[in-house]
Design a binder for this molecule. Sequence first.
Ligand code: GTQ
Ligand code: FE2
Length: 342
Amino acid sequence: MATPATAAKDSDFVAQLEAANLHPLWDRFRKLTPVKPQAKDPPFLWRWKDIERFTGRAVSEVPIDDVERRALILVNPAFGGETVTTNNLIAAFTVLDPGDRARPHRHTFAAIRFATKADGAATIVNGRRCEMKSGDLILTPPMCWHGHINESDHRIIWFDAANIPLLRTLDANFFEPGDAKANDFWQVDDGDEKLWGEAGLVGADIDHARAHSPKYRYSGEATRRLLSSLPAGPDGARTVRYTNPATGGAVMPALDCYAARLPDGQTTRPKRTTCNMICLVVSGQGRSTVGEHSFDWSQNDVFSIPHWNFASHQAKGGDADLFIVSDRSAFERLDLLREELQ
Ligand code: GTQ
Ligand code: FE2
């Protein structure tokens, strides 16, 4: 054990090291290498009714031609004012009025949108028109050109998610604006999306980018159909993974999406994982317990499951469907994925 004299000498030594831009590993080892992950953010619930009340003002006060995107990002205050929903991820709702066009651009972060009330809207991705029917998932993989258009006669709202915080941490963001006035950007049909629409059938001689899914639109109808035919998994929920049809893996290297159907009245077995998840309530109502927190939720509410928190879910008054966006594939690629079922 150090005597008071040697302790004083030690701290003097540490001060001198610090002044020389050297840090002793021995007095900060625990801080640098915690024995397990500890998320900065407690789990959080964003209620749809608290978000929806701002959508009208967003439309009337923010002309679409003045901004890149008219998105309301869901923020956990635990990040000290940073625009972060949970580690590595943001989630948002985007609002477009009839005739609105969100101009083309591309970026290195990966993004998705899930159509909540978006019938009559379309996202154009790399020259393919992707309709946004209820429950459709549209990918905008890294560096794919994309813009959005509302050709309906009503206001449109969808759920977005992106790994902007991860790319900020890595300082790997590149962004290119497209031509806001280029009419031919919008004059496209579904194009090569047809090549990837048939499950299990792939063109033998089709060349495509390898890094992410060559399919950009996943139909809500097909997802719901599969959810009803699937058997329950080990946690008690029926879970669909959205996959790259060319590889069977995640849709994108650092953004990974799932749909889950929770059986009425049954609590799923608590599960924890090193990755981060954001859950959108697609339909139904229920309650989730994440770490020490419990939330009652209903349609279009969003909640976070920060990494290494046990999470379990219970649907009430009927089955409930969740859409889940995560950074799981990034952890998988780094061989940092650990998962436990209680
Ligand atoms: O729709 O292109 O919520 O680039 C955040 C970044 C949406 C988009 C977001 C984006 C988009
Ligand atoms: Fe974008």
